[in-house]
Design a protein around this ligand. Structure first.
Ligand SMILES: [Zn+2]
Length: 373
């Protein structure tokens, strides 16, 4: 019974459980509430519950039957998931031709499946565009493949641009039989009122302090003082709590800090010593983690001046101060650097020698992060 894994949203779950046990879901729902409180996960579990094969409706979603498993891995043919992306030019049948775009799209989905709380940084402005809605309309009108309900989740529905929102409205007005559409949004004030009024609203709350503390403990944080501090910083946002913990907890992160210091100092000699560690293929996974932390840190650089409350690496503001003072252009370069690091991560997945990768990373990042000192 996976609904039990959703914490602090009793009101929303009461509505959804009833729809599942009585088998009378609405055509469309709008899950409204702050970021990081479980709207997407609840939408996914709700879709799973509607199609779950467990005999007892109160046990749905079981998470174990073939239907649940396919939904969990995003491979169910009757599950359609839309979210804001850069302009990918998706065909009505859902193909993305450009290889770089496709690879970014797949990285996003992988991240969402494996560690959904982790932030993902796209290159370029994101929106839900007309091509996405065309794909949706094409897919919901196809005959059913195996499910009782076709489930559509549109995450961050406030990112529907004007053309897409107008086209989508037609689908909402005349939805095909047995299609359940779930929109999620933390900024429903910027959505078309005609869309909002056609959906059943389900409210999600900020998660209370105690629940976040309990969840951090569940995820393996043992230090009581650390739990309290992170829960306070997170301010009701579970996603932020997990990101903050992950950023603070690991030894690999210490390796990232060491690398960053060397880059900021421009200390080539120390780098050569540092890179020695990555001469064995055993170090490949560790280097992947280091690059992941670097990506999160570059995300912090972007937030540092505009919205410092979003920063994940709160204990590293001294480094942020230093690079912001040395290089005012770094913020603009971050999206490109993040894409570069994603490419390096891909190469590591392909078993490239980690020593070569770390040298390339150093040579690429040093001039960008240090600026022209
Ligand atoms: Zn199931």
């Amino acid at each position: 019974m996976l609904f039990n894994r959703i914490k602090g949203q009793r009101g929303a779950l009461t509505i959804l459980r009833k729809a599942v046990t009585e088998d009378i879901p609405s055509h469309s729902y709008l899950f409204m509430g702050p970021d990081g409180v479980g709207k997407f996960t609840t939408a996914l579990y709700f879709g799973m519950a509607l199609n779950c094969l467990d005999d007892d409706p109160h046990s749905r979603p079981c998470g174990k039957c073939s239907s649940c498993k396919k939904m969990l891995s995003f491979s169910h043919p009757d599950f359609i998931y839309l979210f804001p992306t850069p302009n990918y030019e998706i065909s009505p049948t859902g193909e993305i031709k450009d290889a770089k775009n496709l690879s970014e799209y797949e990285s996003y989905l992988k991240n969402k499946k494996v560690s959904p709380w982790r932030y993902f940084y796209f290159q370029g402005n994101t929106a839900i565009r007309l091509d996405c809605i065309r794909m949706l309309q094409h897919r919901i009108n196809l005959s059913f493949i195996e499910a009782r309900y076709k489930v559509v989740v549109i995450e961050k529905a406030d990112y529907l641009n004007v053309h897409a929102a107008n086209a989508f409205l037609k689908t909402l007005e005349e939805p095909p039989e047995n299609v359940v559409i779930i929109l999620t949004s933390s900024r429903n004030e910027s959505m078309l009122s005609t869309i909002i009024s056609r959906c059943q609203k389900v409210n999600f709350n900020r998660i209370n302090l105690q629940t976040i503390e309990d969840e951090l403990f569940f995820y393996g944080v043992e230090d009581a003082a650390q739990i309290k501090m992170i829960a306070r910083i997170a301010n009701g946002n579970m996603e932020k709590a997990l990101n903050t913990w992950e950023a603070q907890s690991s030894e690999t992160r210490a390796k990232m800090r060491e690398l960053l210091d060397i880059i900021i100092q421009g200390d080539d000699l120390s780098f050569l010593k540092y890179a020695e560690h990555y001469k064995t293929s055993k170090s490949l996974n560790e280097l992947s983690e280091v690059l992941h932390y670097l990506i999160v840190w570059l995300g912090d650089v972007v937030f540092f001046l505009e919205s410092p409350e979003e920063i994940i690496n709160i204990d590293m503001t001294a480094e942020l101060d230093k690079v912001a003072a040395n290089n005012p252009y770094l913020t603009d370069m971050c999206p490109e650097l993040i894409v570069f690091l994603e490419t390096m991560l891909k190469r590591l997945e392909g078993n490239v020698n980690p020593h070569l990768v770390i040298i390339e990373v150093y040579n690429h990042l040093k001039p960008c992060i240090r600026g022209r000192i």
